[in-house]
Design a protein around this ligand. Structure first.
Ligand SMILES: CC(C)(COP(=O)(O)OP(=O)(O)OC[C@H]1O[C@@H](n2cnc3c(N)ncnc32)[C@H](O)[C@@H]1OP(=O)(O)O)[C@@H](O)C(=O)NCCC(=O)NCCS
Length: 185
């Protein structure tokens, strides 16, 4: 899907939100590793990323060409510093209405309104794509993300106490959240 928006963030800088393309692959990999090393709230450790320029480029291109899925990147000063995306849960008649949502931003840019803008942009794209429900899992201790999701209309529908097991052998409870897109204003 195509997406483009410019927003002013809370420190006065401009931020461009646009779909990632093949040529963003190298910066995307750099941002991904940085952002995934700065928090323990994400599913993937930085060393579990693809580490493959061609595969990353292919994946970004596929999302851009997709009629339903999207990866929106946030650029400040021409640097890719965050991204969020929607992916169809499963391409079957009974599940085609559901998309999964994910987001991460490099720490230096937290708290500036980029997460809110990326989430709202993905909601807009999910509606345009015809999805009826957007879903996510979030670590129960991730209060910033949970607050962001609630403000965007997501509601909790369950918990998975053993959702993640960290490399330090700690359980992380996951909160399951969903947003009904066809009942939004
Ligand atoms: C979670 C994350 C995406 C939020 O993005 P962000 O750009 O920092 O968030 P925003 O500045 O847009 O703030 C959005 C909301 O979050 C909440 N929030 C932001 N900073 C907060 C803080 N320090 N404490 C509590 N709530 C906070 C506020 O409710 C804010 O609402 P507002 O838009 O009405 O002000 C970002 O912190 C991040 O990438 N974290 C690491 C990866 C991660 O946890 N991803 C989510 C996995 S499910």
């Amino acid at each position: 899907m195509e997406f483009y928006k410019e927003i002013a963030i809370k420190n006065g800088q401009m931020c461009i939100l646009r779909n990632a393309k093949e040529s963003d692959a190298e910066s995307f990999m750099r941002y991904f590793e940085l952002a995934h090393g700065e928090t323990d709230f994400l599913t993937t450790y930085p060393d579990e990323s693809e580490h493959n320029l061609n595969k990353t480029a292919e994946r970004l291109n596929a999302a851009k060409e997709s009629k339903t899925n999207i990866e929106i990147c946030a650029f400040v000063d021409n640097q890719l510093i965050g991204s969020a995306g929607n992916n169809m849960i499963h391409d079957r008649d009974k599940t085609r209405h559901r998309a999964g949502f994910g987001i991460s931003i490099v720490k230096e840019y937290w708290g500036l309104g980029i997460g809110r803008a990326l989430t709202e942009s993905c909601i807009e794209c999910a509606k345009k794509a015809g999805f009826l429900q957007l879903e996510l899992d979030v670590v129960a201790d991730n209060t910033t993300a949970i607050e962001l999701y609630k403000r965007c209309g997501f509601v909790e529908f369950g918990r998975n106490p053993r959702g993640f097991k960290t490399r330090e052998e700690n359980w992380q409870e996951l909160v399951l959240m969903r947003l009904e897109l066809d009942s939004m204003n």
